[in-house]
Design a protein around this ligand. Structure first.
Ligand SMILES: [Zn+2]
Length: 396
């Protein structure tokens, strides 16, 4: 790494600081100067709300080419907007990460449109790799058989999507006896890796390795993962400064000269540790420990969604779980726990979930019918992103 490059990073960090100082609601938090990159640690972190306030004020525009606008969260109400320059920063990713080569035929199965960036980001990567690309978009179970036949007939070498989509696709392929011996890479982004894929992929595509990216619409790609890395461990790009505080909360500073979003000590909501990766890359890698913002206020009580979902999924016969909260205008909210698998005794499962915490038990003391547990074939997926959230909120 040259000194010039370090200077470039400082120039970008100073530009982001100056931009944030123009945001009326945030200006007073920030010092006027940043002498060195080490001084970043004296700046306050930005949470998602601060970040959206800043973007609303800044409305960044790219100096060259087009400015892409995507949704940076806001699952209810109007989408919050995030910005990226043409190319979507994928040249940096391409320098560090090589899941595709010119000989590949890559199927892009991330959902397109609806302000979600993943589909376009991988098209940009394919441009840089010079491979052939099939911009498939989101597919659902009824379409799996004909598309799997297409994959086999065309000797597709690579497929990418969210782990939720990939899990359904490979489980279906395995059950149907489909084999894809030419498939050599499975690309993933958008959720944590699903361990079920470690069982299903080798049965369907014995020559395929998993290649992952970590990031968010706010930060764009932060780090890369190869088949030699642990599935929860990512190597940061040189343009993404990753910091982990004493509580293991991750914050990111983007120092790519073309960065548009004010990613200056932005807290992603993820927890992590800096570790050395099993792949042998000596640089510190980011090991993700899960979300730290998975808490929802329900009937006046904080419910730790991710913890509850994880523990329900470990109960007898349950494979996966999801919470569905239905908010009613005229009465208290209801909670439904959806589970897949075959729990031996639904009443026992219901009792087990209520016993998970005293609070949960007390919440339904007066209206037990507002808490239900249901076994389903598949959990609720977000049609925009293809992700399976731990919590779905509905309006009754
Ligand atoms: Zn590694």
């Amino acid at each position: 790494m040259t000194m010039l490059f370090t200077d470039d990073r400082l120039v970008t960090a100073r530009r982001l600081l100056a931009a944030l100082r123009t945001v009326p609601a945030l200006a007073a938090r920030y010092p006027a100067e940043l002498s060195t990159l080490d001084d970043l640690m004296s700046l306050p972190t930005l949470d998602k709300n601060d970040f959206n306030v800043a973007l609303d004020h800044l409305e960044p525009r790219s100096e060259h080419g087009s400015t892409w606008i995507f949704s940076s969260g806001g699952s209810t109400g109007a989408p919050k907007l995030g910005y990226a320059p043409t190319g979507l920063y994928m040249a940096r990713v391409h320098q560090q990460w090589a899941p595709l080569g010119p000989g590949d035929l890559f199927v892009n199965a991330w959902a397109s449109g609806k302000l979600w960036g993943s589909h376009y980001l991988f098209n940009a990567l394919a441009d840089l790799c010079g491979c052939r690309i099939v911009p498939l978009g989101a597919i659902d179970e009824p379409e799996f058989d004909p598309w799997l036949a297409f994959f086999a007939a065309r000797s597709v070498t690579s497929v990418g999507g969210t782990p939720s989509t990939l899990r359904l696709l490979f489980a279906h392929a395995r059950a149907a006896g489909v084999t894809l011996p030419n498939l050599r890479s499975v690309l993933w982004l958008g959720e944590a890796w699903d361990p079920q894929l470690d069982a299903d992929i080798p049965a369907v595509a014995p020559n395929a390795g998993r290649w992952g990216l970590y990031g968010s619409t706010e930060t764009w790609v932060v780090g890369t993962n190869t088949p030699a890395c642990a599935a929860d461990t990512f190597h940061p790009l040189p343009t993404q400064l990753v910091h982990v505080d004493a509580e293991e909360l991750v914050d990111i500073t983007s120092v790519d000269p073309s960065v548009l979003n004010p990613v200056l000590r932005y807290r992603t909501g993820d927890a992590g540790q800096l570790v050395s990766c099993a792949c042998g890359n000596p640089e510190p890698a980011l090991r993700l420990l899960g979300r730290r913002d998975g808490v929802v206020k329900f009937r006046g009580t904080l419910v730790h969604v991710d913890d509850l979902v994880r523990d329900v999924a470990a109960m007898p016969g349950v494979r996966r779980a999801q919470l569905v909260i239905t908010e009613h205008p005229d009465r208290a909210s209801g909670l439904e726990v959806l589970v897949t698998g075959s729990p031996p005794d639904l009443a026992e499962l219901r009792g087990g979930i209520l016993a998970w915490s005293l609070d949960l038990n007390n919440l339904f003391a007066h209206d037990p019918e507002a808490f239900t547990v249901r076994v389903v074939d598949s959990l609720v997926r977000n049609v925009r992103t293809g992700k399976t959230p731990n919590l779905v909120i509905r309006h009754g």
